[in-house]
Design a protein around this ligand. Structure first.
Ligand code: FAD
Ligand code: NAG
Ligand code: NAG
Ligand code: NAG
Ligand code: NAG
Ligand code: NAG
Ligand code: NAG
Length: 352
């Protein structure tokens, strides 16, 4: 069914870094400029020194930084640079709750904004705060990751935890989250505020569809649990809520048994129609792959040439035979999860 097949056997964990990513960027197509802060923050009758000294009086386990805030005035996009007044490095959920309660009590005249920051991998200033308070969620190590191995299995993690750490911890129990992002150095709270999309989403939904429960610090500083049965409006507001409905301090993530091996396949297309036709057929087939993702590739950097080094000599057609200079190419990437018993049959699976 494929015009060109490049097969490669591989046994490895599900962790990968993918360089070219198209699908996921759609979550950032929102026009931020309409609600970005004004050029100069206005604190009305509350001066910056007043606010700083009031923040210092708060009784926290963690602490504020006021003098060295430039390192959170950037993100992966490197387009916007908003210097905050303060960074909160929280140690406990109540540090976050106390701070937000304090800001809420100052009233709207303070015009002080509070932004949760995960790994700062947004592109358009979403994890920055102009003249406000940035909460560095990675400082929050609470609760300690706890894997529940019963039925159904899940893990409770801090909103500031990186997905790569969630993977390592759950693999110790032979388990793994059901739905992923491609790149794993992102925080749980950061991707659950967007969607969390990768090649498992066609089967399990994005990461926001694979959460049992959240603990949230609301805009008034209250600490609230929510799920589809409890405070459901808050639960569905926060998931994919772009950080606007509360701060995710804990998430209960759905797990499944981790595959022992993965058969990993990349297929290159020069024709968009065949690419989408194959992809649609694969995702609608019941007996198909566990991971399917499509990419658009522009061969500007010799990227594809570099790929050929990852294809084994047994490949039917080498990547180098693909003429694509400056042209747009399409790639389907697929993986099939296997256990050791299946390994003899894995090359025989066919998709009709
Ligand atoms: C190299 C790279 C690869 C990527 N790969 C994928 C991918 O495969 N799939 C995919 O879906 N996306 C992908 N993304 C996009 C990524 O998921 C989003 O940019 C995500 O928001 C980044 O997570 P972060 O931890 O860096 O969050 P940040 O950028 O720090 O924050 C993102 C938003 O979430 C809010 N936020 C952060 N933490 C919390 C919290 N605890 N509670 C409430 N709100 C919070 C912030 O205020 C901000 O609005 C990728 C981005 C990059 C740069
Ligand atoms: C974004 O919003 C601003 C302000 O509302 C508007 O001027 C601009 O045209 C918008 N840009 C796009 C690409 O929609
Ligand atoms: C601050 O200004 C607002 C109006 O902008 C006013 O209502 C309020 O009373 C003032 N507060 C103080 C403490 O002066
Ligand atoms: C910021 O202040 C802290 C303590 O007040 C001090 O230890 C640190 O060196 C200061 N950093 C900068 C960059 O001035
Ligand atoms: C929130 O959920 C956690 C875990 O289920 C539980 O331990 C805690 O008591 C709950 N808190 C509230 C306020 O319900
Ligand atoms: C080629 O691949 C190597 C190893 O996988 C990597 O270090 C290098 O950055 C790649 N080069 C390009 C141009 O992608
Ligand atoms: C990709 O482009 C480079 C030049 O940019 C070219 O040398 C190479 O042959 C192209 N690779 C493929 C697979 O077409």
């Amino acid at each position: 069914m494929y015009s060109t097949n490049f097969l490669r056997e591989t046994a490895r964990v599900v962790q990968r870094v993918v360089l070219v990513l198209l699908l996921n960027l759609t979550c950032h197509n929102i026009n931020r400029s309409s609600y970005l802060p004004n050029a100069t923050p206005v604190f009305s009758n509350l001066s910056t020194p007043d606010i700083e000294s009031s923040l210092i009086t708060l009784n926290l386990q963690g602490h504020f930084i006021f003098n060295d805030t430039h390192h959170v005035a950037n993100d992966f996009g490197n387009i916007y640079h908003f210097l905050p007044m303060a960074i909160l490095l929280p140690k406990t959920v109540s540090d976050i709750s106390t701070t937000i309660k304090h800001v809420f009590d100052m009233g709207p005249n303070s015009e002080l904004t509070v932004t949760a920051r995960g790994h700062g991998h947004s592109l358009q200033g979403q994890s920055q705060s102009h003249g406000g308070i940035v909460i560095r969620m990675e400082s929050l190590k609470q609760p300690k990751m706890h894997v529940h191995t019963g039925e159904p299995p899940y893990v409770d993690v801090s909103g500031g935890e990186l997905w790569i750490n969630v993977l390592h911890e759950t693999l110790k129990e032979g388990l793994a989250p059901k739905s992923w992002t491609d790149y794993l150095h992102l925080t749980v709270g950061g991707t659950l505020s967007n969607a969390g999309v990768s090649g498992q989403a066609f089967r399990h939904g994005p990461q926001i569809d694979n959460v049992h429960q959240l603990e949230i610090v609301t805009g008034k500083g209250e600490i609230v649990n929510c799920s589809e049965d409890q405070n459901a409006d808050l639960f569905y507001g926060v998931l994919g809520g772009l950080g606007q409905f509360g701060i995710i301090t804990r998430a209960r993530i759905a797990l499944e048994p981790a595959p022992k091996m993965v058969k990993w396949i990349r297929v290159l297309y020069s024709d968009f129609y065949s690419f989408t036709k194959d992809q649609e057929q694969l995702i609608s087939s019941d007996t198909s792959f566990d991971y399917i993702e499509g990419f658009v590739i522009k061969n500007r950097t010799g990227l594809i040439n570099n790929w050929s080094s990852t294809f084994s000599p047994r490949d039917p057609i080498q990547a180098s035979q693909f003429r694509s200079e400056g042209k747009t190419l399409y790639c389907l990437e697929m993986a099939m999860y296997l256990n050791r018993e299946d390994s003899n049959t894995m090359n025989q699976v066919s998709i009709s």
